[in-house]
Ligand binder design. Structure first.
Ligand code: WTA
Length: 656
């Protein structure tokens, strides 16, 4: 295992600014003081039954649970005995009162068109879509793959699956056909939901074309439901006879099978979401019904201090976990009005986000440090052009935020009056695990703060004992929480070994962190073989196996290099087979190849050709040394196991 990044630690240690919750905010907040947070946190650990029962009481339960938690490490079962359907909490429950005709989703297309779905309209669409899926043969327990862009129908499709008790697996629209195929095959999906194309930075992303290539190699796919979003004139698509079904037609003629939601058990699989791990094969993280819903619901309410009149905008793509929990399940189960934006933050220019905030009166903005750093580069004049006074709360997620970016966000976007919540969590945790509740706790720029209710984090040595204050260690979670992943789909052994064996008795996050004297957590970043490039999780092994599948490549090693904009940049070292030349043509071919195997977002930032890679005597590539070379640093630490020192010298010389 690699060590934590000392430079990040030392920059954190210098940071000592504190921002107390603004008085005006705290006075109206759901949790308005540190004492109130402490009391609720204590209750969540000491009286979990009472705590979760009260906090989940707004949700729709067909049958209440009889047992809060059964825990047999590493398997948790939450809220056993309960039956429910998630779509009832997200739609049906809002139909009887004032929320009925409130906007659920305000969607803005990249070209500026706006569509609004009220809760009543969302419910109607979900019912019709569930009916259409049932007509295609989808029943409880089936898997449905969803490969779409940021359109309201993606939320409709997810909720429609939930309504039938089918398990969805949303695949980010930036993934290439091979990556989509692998995910479909692993999940055994029966139906694929896709759209003709979507807009991104003024260009069309041809999703159906990619879906066709993946479906052709996925024998389990029986039907493909196709939404025509941009239309036949802009993105002509072919429909495969007997397999492809038009969304609008199918919904128009749907049976009423979607009318009544199927009540499922608390632990029924709600969704599988693939994420990167330390091997080349992505992990299908499994989330189940009751625990996940409770986690997403309760955290959305408290972390974003939701009020009925808020206009909440989470900028994450629905293909990642943030889009699942904080664009769909969390806010909709709370009856919130959500903004959803189809396109790129810089289309047609860098003022786009700020105009969206002004246009829709956004009050809560939840985005990623990478985006914030990109905005900083473009200058303060962009946000200054729009009226951002509607904002009252800002959030960030996905990677460590450097204090300077935090301060800029708070000052320039938040006008100095909005609390900033830095939320730490993962695909696996399902919901936010740490932050500073905005009306209750001081924020420290760069620190993700304190545990959320029911969460017990610790920073430990490998043997599981806690490290002292301000010392770096492994970030673990020491007790089960409702929205935790239940297993890796089809591979429980991998679930056990990846998360539960590194540190005895605890869930290992893969992150390094330190905890300061006030109990605030400072996450340094991944310390396993996972990179975080512009907020996207990328496994080094995935990149390497994509590269070695190209005919020219003998060996490849992928490492991260610190990057001011993306957090980490992706650098790959490649040795070629004898017949191939280390020239620009090969470089371009390899970049195209990675894009084709995984997706454009995984395109390496630099390819470095080498005659040989530094290895230990037992033949293991020494990534630690490559990281130093990539970052232009002198190799730190021990090189005594290096088989051939001249390899390292040569790599450095090539750089100069
Ligand atoms: C990183 C995204 C520091 C971390 C929700 C984690 C963060 C990985 C933060 C999970 C944060 C996420 N501060 N680091 N506030 N939030 N991370 O699964 O390394 O895409 O393990 O989930 O992102 O990424 P994932």
């Amino acid at each position: 295992m690699a060590t934590t990044d000392d430079r990040a630690i030392s920059s954190h240690l210098k940071e000592s600014r504190r921002f107390a919750p603004p008085d005006a905010f705290a006075q109206r907040a759901l949790v308005g003081s540190r004492e109130a947070y402490d009391a609720l946190y204590r209750e969540s650990l000491e009286q979990p039954d009472a705590f979760w029962r009260r906090e989940s009481s707004a949700l729709v339960w067909r049958t209440p649970w009889t047992r809060t938690l059964s825990w047999e490490l590493p398997h948790a079962r939450w809220f056993e005995g309960a039956t429910l359907n998630v779509s009832e909490s997200c739609t049906d429950r809002h139909l009887s009162g004032a929320t009925r005709n409130k906007a659920a989703i305000i969607w803005e297309g990249e070209h500026g068109e706006v569509r609004t779905l009220t809760y009543a309209q969302l419910h109607r669409e979900v019912v019709r879509c569930a009916g259409a899926l049932a007509d295609l043969g989808v029943t409880k327990g089936d898997r449905v793959a969803i490969y779409m862009g940021m359109v309201p129908e993606v939320a409709v499709a997810m909720l429609a699956c939930a309504r039938l008790g089918a398990t969805h697996s949303v695949v980010f629209g930036g993934f290439a056909a091979e990556a989509l195929r692998d995910r479909i095959q692993d999940s055994g999906a029966k139906v694929l939901v896709t759209q003709d194309a979507g807009w991104r930075r003024g260009h069309l992303v041809h999703l159906k074309e990619t879906a066709d290539r993946a479906a052709a190699q996925s024998p389990t796919i029986e039907k493909v439901l196709v939404l025509r979003h941009v239309g036949q004139d802009k993105a002509p698509i072919g429909m495969v006879e007997g397999r492809d079904v038009d969304w609008h037609h199918a919904l128009e003629h749907a049976s009423d099978a979607g009318k009544h939601a199927v009540a499922v058990d608390a632990e029924h699989p709600l969704f599988i979401l693939y994420t990167s791990g330390s091997t080349g094969k992505p992990k299908g993280v499994l989330h189940t019904t009751a625990g996940y819903l409770v986690g997403a619901h309760v955290s959305t309410k408290y972390v974003f201090d939701l009020r009925a009149e808020d206009v909440y905008w989470c900028t994450a793509d629905v293909g990642w976990v943030t889009g699942h929990s904080y664009l769909v399940y969390g806010p909709l189960s709370n009856g919130a009005t959500c903004v959803m934006y189809e396109g790129a933050p810089n289309f047609p220019d860098w003022g786009r986000f700020w105009r969206i905030i002004e246009r829709h009166g956004v009050t809560i903005l939840y985005t990623a440090p990478t985006a914030i750093r990109a905005f900083i580069r473009q200058g303060d004049e962009w946000p200054a052009k729009s009226d951002l006074s509607s904002l009252r709360l800002l959030g960030t997620v996905g990677e460590p935020i450097n204090p300077e970016a935090w301060i800029w966000y708070q000052r320039v976007v938040g006008g100095g009056r909005c609390p900033v919540v830095d939320t730490w969590w993962q695909t696996e945790t399902g919901s936010i695990m740490m932050t500073t509740l905005p009306g209750a706790c001081d924020a420290k720029p760069g620190s993700t703060g304190l545990p959320f209710f029911g969460v017990v984090p610790d920073v430990v040595h490998q043997d599981g004992t806690s490290v002292g204050p301000n010392q770096a260690g492994l970030l673990v979670l020491k007790s089960p929480w409702p929205s935790m992943l239940r297993t890796v789909w089809g591979d429980d052994e991998r679930f056990r070994t990846q998360y539960w064996t590194e540190v005895p008795g605890a869930y290992f996050t893969g992150d390094g962190a330190r905890r300061d004297e006030d109990g605030y957590h400072w996450v340094v970043g991944r310390i396993d073989d996972v990179l975080n490039v512009a907020g996207h999780r990328i496994g080094t092994a995935e990149i390497e196996s994509a590269l070695v599948s190209h005919p020219s490549v003998a060996e490849a090693a992928a490492v991260g290099r610190p990057d001011d904009l993306k957090g980490q940049a992706l650098v790959v070292f490649v040795t070629l087979k004898p017949a191939f030349a280390p020239d620009d043509a090969t470089r371009a071919a390899l970049l195209r190849h990675v894009e084709g195997e995984i997706g454009k977002f995984a395109r390496p930032d630099a390819i470095r050709f080498a005659d040989a890679l530094p290895k230990t005597r037992s033949g293991k590539i020494m990534r630690r040394l490559l990281k130093d070379v990539a970052a232009g640093r002198d190799a730190k630490g021990d090189t005594s196991t290096l088989e051939d020192l001249s390899v390292l010298a040569k790599l450095r010389a090539d750089e100069e």
